[in-house]
Every structure is written in C-alpha cells, then in structure tokens.
Design a protein around this ligand. Structure first.
Ligand code: 16G
Ligand code: ZN
Length: 531
C-alpha cells in the first residue's frame, strides 16, 4: 500500500538506534533528548492510528516536565483530554522498540488488533515545551502523522494542560470552550474575575502573588495571560525564561523535594509564592515567616483548601452532591486525617500517576484529586454540573443559595478538568483565598504536616519490588514488608513505604513521623532494608 511506502521511506530518516529499549511509563516516554527522534516519529504514527480508531482528534505533547533541560519526552492525549488508555501505552512501547526493519510489521499488527479503518480521517494536535530539543522533535512527530496521511495542527509552545484542553474542546464541538489559546485565556480569566470581582474589601496587598515559572513554558504562557486577568491579580513573575536554565534549582519539583525556596525569587516574609514545573501541570505554594522559616503548601494542602471550599458552597447551595478527595500514598498523614475526621469527606488512595487519580475521581459527583507533588484538578460529573447550572438559573431560590450556585458555576469554569493545570489551579487557589478572606498563613494553619522525608535508592533491579494496596505495602521481595513494619514501630506517628519509580531507575522511599529527625532516621533505615 502506498500509505506504508511513505512510512517506510520517512522512518528511514528517523532511524532507531539498534538495541535501544524504552518504555511508555507513567508520563509517556522520557529520556535524554538525543534518543528520542525515532520515538517521536513513531508516536506520530500511533497518534494517527488512535485518531482513526476513536474518530476523534488526538493530542501529542513534547515535554519532559520537571526533568532537566537535556531530557525530553512525549505523551499522548485521548479524545476527552485524558491520558491515553493503557492498551495503547503498550502499543506505544512496542512501536518505539521495534527495530528499523520490523516497524511496519508492528504497525500493521496494531492496525489489525484494533481493526482500524485506514480510510478514516485522522487529526492530531501537537504541542511542545521550551526545551531546545522540542522544536526538532515535534517536527519528527509531525513527519510521523503526515506519513500516515493524518492531518495536524501544531499549537507550538503550549503548556501540557493547554494541549489537553484544546483536544477536549475540539472533540466536544466547543461545548468545553474554544480550541484556541485565546479561548483558554478568556474562559479562565472571565471565571476568575467573576469569582473575585464581588469580594468585598479585597485590597491590593491581597492580590500580590510571586510566581516561579521554572524557566519554562508556564512562565511564557502566564505572561501572555496577564492582560486578560486585568487587575484581578498583581503577579511578579520570576524564573521567566529570560536567563536561567529550565527547572534548575527552581520549579515545583525542586521546591517540593528539597522543601526549600527556589533560587531566583525575591521572597518577602509572609508573601504568597508559588512554583510551576517545566510544563506547568504542577504547582506548589509556599511562604517564609518572619523568623525566616520556610512553609510549603503542597498538593495535599491544595486539595484540602479546595475541597473545604467546595463542601461549604454545596451546603450553602443546598445541593446534595457527593464530594471525595483522591490522594496517593505520598499524601501527608495529617491531611488524610483532617479530610476524613474533621471535614468528613470521602478519601480514596490510588497508585501514583495522574491517570490513576483521575480515574478514581471520576466515580464521584465532585472528585478533587491531587498528588502531594502538586499535580491535580477537580472533576465534576455531568449531573453535578447540571444541578449547579439549574440552581444558578432558578429565579426563585433565595439569595444565599443563588450566590453559592453562581460561585460554584464560575468555579467549574475556572477549572481545567482535563488534567492538573498550574495556571488554572493557581487562579482557583487565589479565588478561594479571596472568597474565603483567607491569608496563606490561615490556609497553612488548617492542619500541620507530619515531618517527612523522601529518598531514592539505586538497586540492581527495581522491578523486584512489587507493591499492593495503592503502593502502601510490598508483596515482594519476601520479608521486606515485615522489615518495614518493624522499623515503623520504632517511631511515633510513623508510616513508611517503598515503590519502584515509574520514571527513573530507582526505588523511592517515603517516611513520615512525629519529628523530622525521626522521619529522616526511618527513611534511612528503610532504604537500607531495600538493598
Ligand atoms: C509522573 C506522573 C506524576 C507522578 C510521577 C511519579 C503524570 C502526568 N505524571 O511524572 O503524576 O507523580 O510520575 O514519578 O502522570 P515516579 O514514579 O518516578 O515516582
Ligand atoms: Zn509536569
């Protein structure tokens, strides 16, 4: 077939290094950028097939998120803006690892297994982050799309969540919004201004927010968006790509893991600061107090703030909707305790990785999901959205109910429900703080984190560790869990788990306890047990 001839010819321009084996991991392929040209071409092919199969537009994002500048990666976005389905992650791995002369066979095999109608049109949206390698890699990707006859739209430099948003808008015929960057800015800023404009006594001081853009795409996009936000926020943007290196000593991952302020931000005691990661799908907040102590408000604190706000609004609106918070094993024990015992909301724990949380959150009327590392969003079921809409339009409802319904409606519009989005999450947090009249210190005081420590351990084969119970316990190697249990018992309010990383060749260790010293000791002891 002529179609495959073109694939053959073009793939020769994107040859696979013999013997190189990569895996479509938790967040797609991710490795040193020099190893990815053939992967990009092949993901262009796969996205085209996925589009034919689903009869919808598919997204492909070129990014390595919080990884160093030298790395790059690629992930596929399914029609509703969600992560690509697991069977297709398997195809992605097979296709990426096929040696040059076996590529067509693997491609045809996928076509056959999925009974794909090759006459079906295909449409692929492409986006990329600011890495130097992203330009050429996205060209390889487009080559793949075009060689299988797919059509493409190249959005160029966009954040990961912006690309997810575009895909969702496109496939819902605009019901979710307009599939343009301008449409995204307008939808989010209108919702933000509606939420904050009527807040009485909001002073200019309360609008001040310092943003660490991690020298990445989020910084560029936020500066484009500023005019749309009018004077709703007074943003000071740092690490804005003008000089520093991407993710280097800055960004959400650095701040969360190091539990310290990023370089390059002129922090003032008591002022709210936040950090994005390299593709702007994660955010964490922080401030320093008058004694110079650093306070981190991570994904758990964000989930608590948002779910508390939503629960209060639901009560005010008199809406009977079930709200749940989805976390992972990394969620600080204090947050889980607060949510379950004080807030009385349902809490679920899933495996690490956005797709697992997203999936679990879909089971509720309102599912708030956040990883402790700052990746998360809120999902509203169709029923929830309809009930909110009806109430907001109902003229006979009393004032308090109506006000709550309007706030809920604008909150829905402010949230990027396709995936965690640093820009959208930031605006939501700022709106919630404004509406509730809270400072960052009030927010921080909702509960106190248990001291914790994360370590990584290099082992011969990390796959020897197998986990269960949402990664909170190990089932192999034999004896490891018993050893961890014994170590945990030596500390107060302690918890610890180990899991093989899905993105690096290491085993991760997490420990928390009543003091930092105890958490550090426990993490160290457990890491020795892993060897
Ligand atoms: C990926 C995941 C992130 C997760 C992290 C864990 C997505 C989009 N990203 O970055 O959610 O926290 O992996 O990494 O799913 P690890 O397996 O190396 O600990
Ligand atoms: Zn990211």
């Amino acid at each position: 077939m002529a179609q495959f001839k073109e694939v053959s010819q073009k793939s020769a321009l994107h040859p696979k290094p013999v013997g190189l084996v990569l895996q479509y991991g938790t967040a797609g392929f991710r490795t040193n950028a020099t190893q990815l040209d053939h992967v990009m071409f092949r993901m262009g092919l796969l996205a085209t097939l996925r589009s034919k199969k689903t009869k919808a537009t598919i997204g492909v994002m070129v990014t390595a998120s919080h990884n160093p500048e030298e790395d790059n990666g690629v992930k596929l976005v399914d029609p509703m803006g969600e992560m690509v389905t697991p069977t297709w992650e398997g195809y992605a791995t097979e296709l990426a690892n096929a040696e040059q002369d076996g590529l067509l066979a693997v491609l045809k095999d996928v076509i056959e297994r999925e009974a794909i109608n090759m006459a079906q049109e295909a449409y692929v949206f492409v986006g990329k982050d600011t890495r130097r390698s992203s330009e050429i890699l996205s060209k390889a990707l487009l080559d793949g799309v075009h060689s299988l006859g797919g059509q493409s739209k190249d959005y160029g430099l966009v954040t990961t969540p912006q690309l997810h948003y575009m895909v969702c808008c496109q496939n819902t015929q605009g019901r979710y919004g307009e599939a343009t960057i301008k449409g995204y800015y307008q939808k989010l800023s209108n919702a933000f201004l509606q939420l904050t404009n009527n807040v009485p006594n909001r002073t200019d001081d309360q609008k001040v927010l310092l943003v660490d853009g991690a020298n990445g795409i989020g910084a560029l996009k936020l500066s484009e968006m500023v005019t749309y936000l009018k004077n709703g926020l007074q943003l000071s943007l740092f690490n804005d790509c003008s000089s520093g290196k991407l993710n280097h000593l800055c960004g959400a991952d650095y701040v969360k893991v190091q539990q310290r302020a990023p370089k390059g931000v002129d922090m003032v005691a008591g002022e709210r600061c936040c950090s994005y990661d390299g593709d702007a799908d994660r955010i964490v907040y922080y401030y320093t107090d008058s004694a110079g102590r650093f306070h981190l408000l991570d994904g758990d604190k964000i989930a608590t703030l948002i779910s508390t706000y939503l629960k209060e609004l639901l009560i005010q609106a008199g809406l009977d909707l079930q709200i749940a918070v989805v976390q992972t094993a990394y969620a600080n024990g204090s947050s889980t305790h607060y949510l379950e015992d004080v807030m009385k909301v349902i809490v679920r724990c899933t495996k690490t990785g956005v797709k697992h949380l997203h999936h679990a959150a879909q089971e509720f009327d309102i599912g708030v999901y956040f990883e402790a590392n700052g990746h998360g969003t809120v999902l509203f079921s169709k029923t929830a959205e309809e009930k909110i809409e009806q109430l907001a339009q109902h003229s006979n409802t009393n004032d308090e109910k109506k006000r709550a319904a309007h706030l809920l409606q604008n909150t829905v519009n402010l949230i990027n429900q396709t995936v965690g989005d640093a820009i959208s999450d930031m605006l939501l947090i700022e709106a919630v703080l404004a509406v509730k009249g809270m400072t960052v210190q009030h927010w921080d005081a909702i509960y106190t984190d248990l001291p914790n420590r994360q370590l990584k351990v290099k082992v011969a084969d990390r796959r020897a560790i197998d986990t269960t119970d949402a990664e909170r316990r190990t089932v192999s190697p034999a004896g490891l869990q018993e050893a961890i249990d014994l170590l945990v018992k030596k500390h107060r309010q302690a918890r610890s788990f180990v899991r093989p990383s899905g993105t690096e060749d290491v085993v991760r260790v997490y420990a928390e306890a009543d003091t930092q010293e105890s958490a550090d000791d426990l993490a160290h002891e457990v890491s020795l047990a892993v060897y």
